[in-house]
Design a protein around this ligand. Sequence first.
Ligand SMILES: [Zn+2]
Length: 415
Amino acid sequence: MLQSKIFPKTRKEAPKEAESVNHKLLVRAGFIDQLMAGSWTLLPLGWRVVTKINQIIREEMNAIGGQEMLMPLLHPREIWGETGRWGSSKDNPLGAQEIMYQFKDIRGREFALSFTHEEIVMDLLRKNIKSYVDLPLYVYHFSTKFRNEPRARSGILRAREFMMKDLYSAHVSEDDLMDFYEKAKRAYSKIFTRLGFDFRITEASGGVFTTNRTHEFQVLANTGEDIIFYCDKCDWGQNKEIFNGKAGRKCPKCKNGKVIEAKAIEVGNIFPLGTWYAERMRVYYTDKTGMKKPVWFGSYGIGPTRVLGALVEVSHDEDGIIWNPVVAPFDIHLIELPGGKAKEVYERLTKEGRDVLWDDRDVAAGEKFVDSDLIGIPVRLVVSEKTGDKIEWKERTSEKIETLSLEEILQSLRK
Ligand SMILES: [Zn+2]
């Protein structure tokens, strides 16, 4: 891809209202654009990264039996009335009116914009699940979610409209649900490990989803809005909202480690929902003896656009973003300076299957280097009159510059 064609151009200054690092750097580097508070366009560079994040999530969801589909975002009031979530939390602990966008159309019909899909999946199940042989079932989708967020800030981390991967599982028993819940937890751990995060799994309350305890995946970050407590020796962890204790004390689980307090960014949340939804929406299956029983149900969410913001919060320096190669918008940033033989390098690398951003612009070398650090592609190659038939190789995470031949570069990229 030619950098002269990339939309839009990079910006020297961050927007005045930008406070968080992800807001400043992602806007300056041309990954995202703000329409209004909490509402963002993923520009071509941002969409490239989110597409790669989604692919990692998709692979791990498919590996545990997930079937991908796509559900609607516009929901009738009636379906939310069945569980009582259309109402306010004042009347019902799971009432979600405060975060749900609800409106009437011109004929007076009432609708909601999707903030989650439990009720929609329940409707699918009651139409299609008859007997125990139809279970278990795991379905998921990537789609937009809307939440009436009173404090839409922190860049793309806290938005009113954002992307979500949500998986739903249906089971014949609590045991089967909890077996899969643990499997999903391990799949989530794989995803966040592949993304390069230093994260902890913490117990948390279920918000407007369930009165059961749930698990959150929390990325350790000084700029995080969540406060978590975790053990320095074992896997124990809790969100501040449910932790009843102090940092520095002995771990309540292993009695050996110490409780650490840390700021974190929540990037995933899993919910063992039980039979609450099935009982309210009358989703029953027939067991081996012919008895009708409610379906056991779980849901599992990851916010890919929030992951995009979290990646920048934990991986940047004063010059710009530092992308993990697995989600970088391009593999290689090829900088062409006067007299450099860029075309051959670009063609060979592209032929080898590398995603290359070729800075073909007629601007000063200094400007090209500044933009390269800002955009944060893992490998920078420079060709110029000075390098001749050789190429300068520099990694975004290092100051070391090596001068190599094209063959040597192709070889080291194959490693
Ligand atoms: Zn412990």
